[in-house]
Every structure is written in structure tokens, then in C-alpha cells.
Write a protein that binds this ligand. Structure first.
Ligand code: GLC
Length: 721
């Protein structure tokens, strides 16, 4: 398609339509919502709404084709609609939430899962996914930590790029390739007080050093689209933030893809108190560099006036429209507006055995064994198993953003265990609800009876999926009193108990950790959760997940993360309380978290030794090699993620006590050793210096290698240049 000729033939209304994205209900002939209702709320007529260039929140190939036909019938130049959807961690077959996928430290697995979900979405008519979400997260109070891969820029960047590759393939020419949209630009994961949509206040240094690299990694991986965040950064909403959208994104990073606002974010600038009215909102967003306006119509309604008043230019409008037409062209929509949409392929691919197997493997690799005092794995020969708790038979384990996923497709823990142990007697009782703050345990007596008689007890606790995600921040992160009461009673009557914990964030498990001998954190594991849990609990699979986000000892520590600053008065023993006065301590809790970034146990053990450096001095021309030998010293095969950290001891700005710079995931048989060699380059040592340049500074560095951010072999080297 000659999109420049097409642009030249388009009317202004057609162009403005291409920059407007409306919910699918606006296109349905028999929609259940009065078409004049939402349209009138937006202030546009039905005919105008049908000129929109893209849509979201539709489900299925049939839906998509109907909507595409309606749109094409109204488009003077037959410009096809772009169909977008939140395919965050699966489409119909749901794999673990991204925070759990972060714990896999496995780029291939993430890419494979993104590929699978992109395929399922493509046959249902999706052209673009609003994923990956690269908001770095350090505050478990924020509900959307579940959507992020965690607290570390390096890990997030590598996994974000893997998501982009999985969705987009090489160049969008593959039948099942879908375009990706990295979000939410920027630093949405750092709202004050952990409260969603709240202001983000940080220095440009911290923004650039910590929060931006993840998005940049996705742009370097070729992501097609980016979505500014709802929040303000430095007092300016991201939707009209020229530092973010113009200086950094367009000029420094040279991104020429589509910038699409978040839902109604243009008009929310009025609530922020930055835009006077809809027209002013459109002016601010367009001049900052936004292209498509999601679910509001200020561009459509006011761009002509703004053009006449010289407040925006036709060149801005044309450049934005060309970006949209170019993506449609490269997706082949002008030739085939339905693209891969196929009801037959939906039936063949959605929830097919291969996709369920992948979702199960992902749930196994995302789970983290937090504690195990000789209880796990349970013996498969057990005769009587008690599965107790609000998540024993819960099918709502797919997570908050599960797109076309359905609870009824999810395998429960009870079903998974019964499938694995067909000859065992597997009894269950809920005990209590998963409601926040629940105090009642109506089935306590039955739970005590079941656990007393069982050979093994699986205690299924945690946070319900709809208590996580967008708009769902929490100020308390502990389990409910009812869940703790149930746990205390069960464990008192059977020490052979393991807790399986569901959640969309690091919960505060300090009290539970005091009484339960084993804890397996499974996040919201998705469609195959119950089978994955059964495989892990009974040793079919050896746990290998490593925490991608720090677990606080108490809510009051939030935000808490491993790559913190040393301060001028560090505490000497972070795991104790009542440290000496005038230090960076708490009077009532330790400074250290309950479980650190990178923590994750296994059913086997590993030894790390022979940390060897290729030299004591590193130069720009002579990168440093760091070697370590890792041995499986246990009796089971397992996967181990070896982590490499550095510390820049003296620099022009204070530097974190640790920074992850590389990781490698090994598979080792019992007794097997592997030599891992990492390479550090000058780029790895570079940071945003006091004078604002991005460079490595000469001086002494410490290098660390280990299984997590606390147990580390250490060596020093100098960087000279
Ligand atoms: C939501 C979210 C964003 C999502 C969009 C479309 O409010 O902030 O992540 O992609 O709307 O559903």
C-alpha cells in the first residue's frame, strides 16, 4: 500500500479517526451498551466513532471479523481497524503472572510463552498486545507489581526483550506475529505510598539510572509501540511529559514507533490539574508526542480548532497518522484485514495440550521454594493427603490481567494432586475465605481433623487474584487473621505440612514463616497451576525459581530492594533489630527483608567455588572475565541461576551496594559441575555520573557471584582508563 498517497487522499476527519482508539462496544451493531451512551459521554456522534482507526477489549475471531466489517463499511478509504488487547501473560492459555516469570530468570522460556500467547491471540484477531509492562517495582503495596518482571533493571531488560521477540518474531511478517507495546512510560511502578496512579517523585538521575533501562531494552529489541503512564513524573503527567516523550524517547532514543496513551489519560490531565479542558488536553498530548488517544476523543473533537489556532501542526497529525498506517501496512492489513483471525484455529490452538504443557512448565519454573525444613518433596507413596485452605479448590488462580483466560479452565491444587496420586486418599476443606481481613474460620474443626489424620498436609493460602492488579494497592500485606489461625491449627496437628502460597505481590509472610516448615510461593500460576504445584510438592519437578522482587519483613520497610544505597550510617547487622543508635535502622524490625532478591531453594544443594578473575585490572580494551565453578552436591538434578553482581566502591555519585550485571541458568545432574564464565565490559560499569554523562569511572570495584543477593563469593578489581 502506498501509505503516503493514501494519506494525501484522506480527509482531516479520517486522519483524526486514525488517532482515536475506542472500545469494541462502539462498533457492535447489537451491543449491549447503548451506543449513544458511551459515545455521548465522549461527545462524538456514532458516525464519527466509526471512523476510529483502532479498537480494544473485543474477544475472539468472530467478534473481530464482525467489527472489522462494520469499520471497513464506514471507512471512506477502506482503512482496516487495528485490534489491540492486553495479552499480558497468556491469551486463553494463561501462564504465570510476569512477576512470577521474572523468577524463572529464563529468557527462552519467557520468549516461548510470549510466542504461544501471541499465537493464540493472533488467531483471535489480535494485532497488537499492550505488553510487556516494564515498570520497575520496589513497593509491594502497589497492586500492579504482578505485571512487572521485578525490581532489577538488568533482569527486566533481558526478559522484556524476550517478550518483544516472542510477540513480534523477526519483523511482523510471520502469520502469528503480533506487535508489542511496552508500557507504562515511565516509572509507573514508583507511585508515592504504593498507591496506584499516585505521583512519582524522583531525580532524573534515578529515573535514567534505574527506571528507564527496561523500556530502552524493549526499544532496542524493536518494540513497535510505547504507552505513557497515568502518573506524573516530576509533576508532569507522562501523557504530556516532553522530557519523557520528546527529549528522551524521540530525540535521545530515536524511537519512531507509535505512542499510544493509556485509557482516557488525555482527559485525566484535567484531573491532574494540568489541562484546562479537553481541547487543552489534546494540545498538550499532541505537542508532547502522543499519536493515538485511547478511549477519549479530544483529538477528534478539537484538533481542527487547534490547527486553525496554530497550536498544533498538520505535520504532527500527518506524522502520527503515517505511523499508524505504516504499522497496518507492515501487518498486511490492507491486503488481509482479518490477518490470522480464524475460528477453526482458535479451536485447535486455545488450551491445546502443547500450550497447557508450556503453561505448566512455566508455572513450575516461576514457583519459588522459600523455606523447606526437610518436609518437601512429599513422598509420592503417601496414602492420605489433606489439601486445606481457601486456595485448595480455588480456580481463580490465573491472575488479574488474564485477557481471554477463564477461571473454569484452571486446574486447582486439589485436582492436580488427585491427578498425580490417583491411588491416594486426597481430602479437602476450605477452612476460611481469602477475603482481605477475614477473621472467621468456619471449618476449623474439620481442618484439624483432616490434618490430624493425614500423612501430608498441603496448606493453600494467599492473596486472591482480584486483590492484585490495577487499582488494587494494599497498605497491609500480611495474610488474614483467619488464614493464620487456620495455619496455626493445622501445623499444630501435623508437622508434615507445606504451605503453598498464591499472590500477585511479595506478601509479608513473617508470621507464617515462624510456624510452617515449608513454603512454596506460586504467584498466580495460571491455567495449569494445580498440576505444577502437584509436580513440585511431590518431587516430579525440582523447584528452581529465584525471587525477582524482595519480600519484606514488614510493610513498613516498603519500598525495599536489594540494590539499595549504603547510606552514611549503615547498620552492621541488618538481620537484627536494636542496632546501635544513630544508624539507618528501625527500632522495631530488622532492616533486612524476610527473603532477598534472588532467593530460592531447591531439593538439591549447590556449591560455588573457585571464583577466578582474568586479571586484577580491567580496561576499556581488556574486559574482565569472571569464572566460577558450580557443583550440584545433592542427590537430585536441578536448575540453578548463577548471579553476577558488582559494586562500584567510590564514584562521583553514591552507587548501590550491589547491582546485577549478568545471570546464567544451569541444569546440573547430581554431582555434576559446571564452570561459568561471565564477562564484564566498560559498558557494564557505566552509570549516570555526577556531571550527567553516562560513563564508567576509574577505581576499585567488587565483583560477586552466588545463588542470590546475600550469599556471595567476592573479589575485587580495578578499572583503569
Ligand atoms: C489500563 C491499563 C493499561 C492497559 C489499558 C488498556 O488502564 O493501565 O495497562 O493496557 O488500560 O486496557
Amino acid at each position: 500500500m502506498d501509505i503516503r498517497k493514501l494519506l494525501a487522499d484522506m480527509t482531516l476527519e479520517e486522519k483524526l479517526g486514525q488517532l482515536t482508539q475506542l472500545n469494541a462496544i462502539f462498533f457492535k451493531k447489537d451491543n449491549t451498551v447503548d451506543i449513544t451512551g458511551p459515545v455521548s459521554r465522549l461527545g462524538i456522534a456514532e458516525e464519527e466513532a466509526l471512523l476510529s482507526g483502532s479498537t480494544l477489549n473485543f474477544i475472539g475471531a468472530k467478534d473481530m471479523k464482525e467489527i472489522q466489517d462494520i469499520a471497513l463499511a464506514h471507512q471512506p478509504h477502506k482503512i482496516p481497524l487495528l485490534f489491540m488487547q492486553d495479552v499480558i501473560h497468556g491469551y486463553r492459555t494463561i501462564y504465570p503472572i510476569p512477576l512470577g516469570m521474572g523468577c524463572t530468570f529464563d529468557e527462552e522460556l519467557v520468549e516461548e510463552c510470549a510466542r504461544m500467547s501471541g499465537k493464540e491471540a493472533a488467531v483471535s484477531g489480535v494485532h497488537v498486545t499492550f505488553s510487556p509492562m516494564l515498570d520497575l517495582v520496589r513497593d509491594a503495596r502497589w497492586g500492579r507489581v504482578m505485571e512487572s518482571t521485578g525490581e532489577d533493571p538488568h533482569l527486566n531488560g533481558r526478559l522484556g526483550a524476550a517478550f518483544v521477540r516472542g510477540y513480534q518474531g523477526d519483523d511482523l511478517t510471520g502469520k502469528y506475529d503480533i506487535a508489542a507495546c511496552v508500557k507504562h512510560f515511565a516509572a509507573y511502578g514508583a507511585p508515592e505510598a504504593g498507591r496506584d496512579y499516585n505521583a512519582v517523585e524522583m531525580s532524573e538521575h534515578t529515573l535514567r539510572e534505574t527506571y528507564l533501562p527496561g523500556y530502552r531494552a524493549c526499544i532496542d529489541a524493536g518494540v513497535e509501540m510505547i504507552m505513557p503512564s497515568f502518573n506524573t513524573v516530576g509533576g508532569v503527567p507522562s501523557t504530556c511529559n516532553r522530557l519523557l516523550l520528546d527529549r528522551i524517547l524521540r530525540k535521545e532514543w530515536q524511537f519512531d514507533g507509535i505512542v499510544i496513551s493509556d485509557y482516557n489519560a488525555y482527559r485525566e490531565m484535567i484531573k491532574h490539574g494540568v489541562a484546562e479542558d479537553d481541547k487543552h488536553a489534546a494540545e498538550l498530548a499532541i505537542n508532547a508526542g502522543c499519536d493515538i488517544e485511547m478511549m477519549s476523543a479530544t483529538t477528534y473533537l478539537h484538533a481542527k480548532e487547534l490547527l486553525d489556532e496554530g497550536k498544533i501542526t498538520m505535520e504532527q497529525i500527518d506524522r502520527a497518522v503515517l505511523r499508524v498506517l505504516d504499522l497496518k501496512d507492515r501487518l498486511g492489513l490492507f491486503e488481509n484485514p482479518y490477518r490470522a483471525a480464524s475460528e477453526d484455529e482458535e479451536k485447535a490452538l486455545h488450551l491445546c495440550p502443547a500450550h497447557r504443557d508450556l503453561a505448566c512448565r512455566a508455572a513450575e519454573e516461576a514457583s519459588v521454594l522459600l523455606k523447606n525444613e526437610g518436609v518437601l518433596p512429599f513422598d509420592k507413596s503417601v496414602r492420605k493427603v489433606a489439601v486445606i485452605g481457601p486456595f485448595a479448590k480455588e480456580q481463580g488462580i490465573k491472575g488479574f490481567w488474564a485477557c481471554a483466560g477463564r477461571d473454569e479452565d484452571c486446574v486447582t491444587v486439589l485436582s492436580g494432586i488427585r491427578a498425580l496420586l490417583p491411588d491416594a486418599e486426597v481430602a479437602t476443606v476450605r477452612g476460611c475465605s481469602w477475603e482481605l481481613g477475614e477473621t472467621e474460620v468456619p471449618d476449623l474443626e474439620e481442618a484439624i481433623e483432616l490434618s490430624s489424620e493425614a500423612d501430608a498436609v498441603v496448606l493453600c493460602l494467599g492473596e486472591y487474584q482480584q486483590h492484585t492488579g490495577e487499582g488494587n494497592s494494599r497498605a497491609t500485606l500480611t495474610l488474614s487473621p483467619a488464614q493464620m489461625k487456620l495455619a496455626e491449627a493445622v501445623i499444630k496437628h501435623n508437622k508434615n505440612t507445606a504451605a503453598v502460597i498464591f499472590g500477585g505481590r511479595p506478601l509479608v509472610l513473617t508470621d507464617l514463616a515462624q510456624i510452617v516448615p515449608a513454603m512454596l510461593y506460586v504467584w498466580q500460576p495460571g491455567t495449569e497451576g494445580g498440576n505444577a504445584v502437584a509436580n513440585l510438592l511431590f518431587g516430579e519437578v525440582n523447584p528452581s525459581g529465584k525471587l525477582s522482587m524482595t519480600f519484606p519483613y514488614a510493610e513498613g520497610q516498603c519500598p525495599i530492594y536489594y540494590s539499595h544505597m549504603h547510606t552514611g550510617r549503615p547498620v552492621k547487622r541488618p538481620k537484627t533489630v536494636y542496632e546501635g543508635g544513630y544508624s539507618s535502622r528501625y527500632l522495631d524490625v530488622p532492616v533486612a527483608p524476610l527473603y532477598a532478591f534472588g532467593h530460592g531453594l531447591s531439593y538439591t544443594t549447590y556449591a560455588y567455588d573457585q571464583l577466578i578473575l582474568s586479571d586484577e585490572v580491567m580496561t576499556p580494551a581488556a574486559p574482565l572475565e569472571i569464572g566460577v565453578t558450580v557443583t550440584n552436591t545433592g542427590t537430585r538434578a536441578g536448575k540453578e541461576t548463577v548471579q553476577l553482581y558488582i559494586r562500584d566502591k567510590v564514584a562521583s555519585v553514591a552507587r548501590p551496594v550491589l547491582e546485577l550485571k549478568d545471570f546464567a541458568k544451569l541444569e546440573l545432574a547430581p554431582g555434576e559441575s559446571a564452570a561459568v564464565i561471565f564477562t564484564l565490559t566498560e559498558e557494564d560499569l557505566a552509570f549516570h555520573t555526577a556531571d550527567g554523562t553516562f560513563a564508567a569511572e576509574r577505581g576499585e570495584f567488587e565483583v560477586f557471584v552466588g545463588p542470590n543477593s546475600e550469599e556471595l563469593l567476592q573479589a575485587t578489581f580495578r578499572f583503569e582508563k
